[in-house]
Design a protein around this ligand. Structure first.
Ligand SMILES: [Zn+2]
Ligand SMILES: [Zn+2]
Length: 178
């Protein structure tokens, strides 16, 4: 693990809202950062030389660390990070407590993500929605659920479990008002 040579920069706000803003925010401090942009997806270069790492922590314990391969801004304002170990991260306002960016000695970058100790429960199964879980929101009331649970629920009931708004899944695979 690289030694920290700079004070951490607080990047929580951009991490949960926009990859574009996150990369703008860290690029001034991080000359090794190189990426190719394809629409709203940012593909990281120099993974071997100067990787951008993500470290997921909970209450001081490191749960996972990996090099970022790509990150995307989805059109519903959701950030998706994909790591070399084939794991996806879905940082949101509800599951991220804090996030800090560091440069290591070799010129790589590291985003330390502190998970929230009590993330929001899924509106359908009531289990906490962790940073590893893809979530989706009701377009009417904003209640969030695991995406697979909400899709199954809509297929069975055709409505939101919280506000009862009629919902459907459109041809773009988006959850919309019916
Ligand atoms: Zn669920
Ligand atoms: Zn609803």
């Amino acid at each position: 693990m690289g030694k920290k040579v700079s004070a951490g920069k607080n990047v929580r706000k951009s991490l949960v809202s926009s990859v574009k803003k996150l990369l703008q925010e860290i690029s001034a401090d991080y000359p090794g950062l190189e990426y190719t942009r394809a629409v709203d997806t940012y593909i990281f270069e120099k993974i071997k030389e100067t990787p951008l790492k993500a470290a997921v922590m909970r209450e001081g314990d490191s749960l996972m660390t990996g090099n970022l391969l790509w990150a995307t801004d989805k059109d519903d304002g959701v950030v998706v990070l994909f790591l070399e170990n084939k794991k996806y991260l879905y940082p949101t306002n509800d599951n991220v407590k804090g996030a800090f960016f560091y440069i290591d000695k070799k010129g790589g970058g590291r985003i330390e993500i502190e998970m929230h100790p009590n993330p929001m429960p899924c509106a359908i199964c009531s289990k906490p929605m962790e940073i590893f879980d893809e979530s989706s929101a009701c377009p009417s009331c904003g209640a969030t659920s695991h995406v697979l649970h909400l899709e199954e629920w809509i297929q069975m009931k055709g409505s939101c479990s919280v506000c009862n708004a009629r919902l459907a899944i459109d041809s773009q695979h988006k959850i919309v008002l019916a």
